[in-house]
Design a protein around this ligand. Structure first.
Ligand code: PLP
Length: 367
């Protein structure tokens, strides 16, 4: 029986590359001739060790991670890291304070969580709406902050940093959950990077943390062992049972990224795909509108309204229903902002993006 072709523009858990799913299916019942599934395999076996070690070395290769950084595979999602970052790093300096650049829902959530463990300074005036990145010349960074935190791509609003904030000597922490491995990153500029896997690098259940070694071992005493980076680093992320299957899927996705040209190729494709959609928005005479400043529009998540700047709900409903009939799913904007959102992570192909672009043009002509 033919399955209907589905074009998944969801924001996460998101589309996985087809070859990854095919390989996972092939290996599901019997991994590597062992007669058992990875789902049934102890995390203490040499076979699982090979999986986690090759996931780590692929990641090191893809991002040229310097030797003085640890790679951890953790649980608790991005939200778990909001706590883990503060619990591990806010005590780096006596004042126990941290600077947060708040450009959307996720960085706001991280700042709120950090407030439980120390003083949080939002470095710019509070924004009524998240539509851009406040000009860095207006930031008041605190030189005695333990770290400066930012979310590299705000998934809900579609705001992406295309520069690395200059924090002088204060260490920089970034949530890259929704643009991880979509472009090269100079890891040496960061104290810590984390990313939930379920958007660009795998399925839900595992969060990747890349952390500079000298920042380990400084966790607050109330930090739960499971969130302590030092404990995880010393145990090769195997302090307790890790999300074994999710780590295996990450390994497959990293292989796929490597075989498809690495982060440079992903970057090129991301620019190409996002331009296809933004070009239509920009040339639609206001029929489609994206509220985000042009300089920080996300290549990963493109939110837009239809009909007028506030969005004509009837038109948006018609758009989403029409898309769904064509097999294009998960285009509804986040419930907090409404409208439409197209997520174009690494696994979304140029052809799929083209299909969406064509539909957008047809919808525009119809109205
Ligand atoms: N950070 C970003 C940028 C996200 O997009 C999300 C979820 O979508 C999170 C953090 C929270 O991740 P989780 O749901 O894995 O806790």
């Amino acid at each position: 029986m033919d399955t209907k072709t589905i074009l998944n523009f969801g924001s996460g858990p998101a589309k996985l590359p087809k070859p990854v799913l095919i390989q996972a299916q092939k290996e599901l019942l019997d991994y590597n001739g062992l007669g058992i599934s990875i789902l049934e395999m102890s995390h203490r076996t040499s076979d699982f060790n090979q999986i986690i070690n090759s996931a780590e070395s692929l990641l090191r290769e893809l991002l040229s991670i310097p030797a003085n950084y640890k790679v951890l595979f953790m649980q608790g999602g991005g939200t778990g890291q909001f706590s883990a970052v503060a619990l591990n790093l806010i005590g780096l300096k006596e004042d126990r304070c941290a600077d947060y650049i708040v450009t959307g829902t996720w960085s706001a959530g991280a700042a709120k969580e950090a407030e439980k463990h120390g003083k949080v300074n939002v470095v710019h005036p509070k924004m009524d709406r998240y539509t851009g990145i406040p000009d860095s010349s207006s930031w008041s960074l605190n030189p005695s902050a333990s770290y400066v935190y930012f979310c590299c791509n705000e998934t809900v609003h579609g705001i992406e940093f295309n520069f690395i904030p200059d924090t002088k000597d204060v260490i920089l922490v970034s949530d890259m959950s929704s643009n991880f491995l979509s472009r090269p990153v100079d890891v040496s500029k960061f104290g810590l990077i984390f990313a939930g896997a379920q958007k660009n690098v795998g399925c839900a259940g595992v969060t990747i943390v890349i952390v500079r070694e000298d920042l380990l071992g400084k966790a607050l005493k109330e930090c739960p062992t499971i969130l302590d980076y030092n404990v995880q680093a010393k145990n090769n992320s195997l302090h307790n049972t890790p999300p074994t299957y999710s780590i295996y899927i990450v390994k497959l996705v990293l292989e796929w990224i490597k075989n498809n040209g690495g982060t440079d190729a992903m970057n090129k494709l991301s620019k190409q795909k996002s331009s296809m959609i933004y070009d239509i928005i920009n040339n639609s005479n206001g029929f489609y509108s994206c509220p985000i400043d042009v300089s920080c529009r996300s290549r990963m998540n493109i939110p837009f309204r239809i009909g007028n700047m506030e969005g004509d709900e009837a038109l948006e409903r018609e758009f989403l229903e029409g898309a769904s009939k064509l097999g294009m799913i998960s285009l509804k904007g986040h419930r907090s902002v409404g409208g439409v959102r197209a997520s174009l992570y690494n696994a979304v192909t140029v052809e799929e993006t083209q299909a969406l672009a064509t539909y957008m043009k047809e919808f525009l002509h119809k109205h």
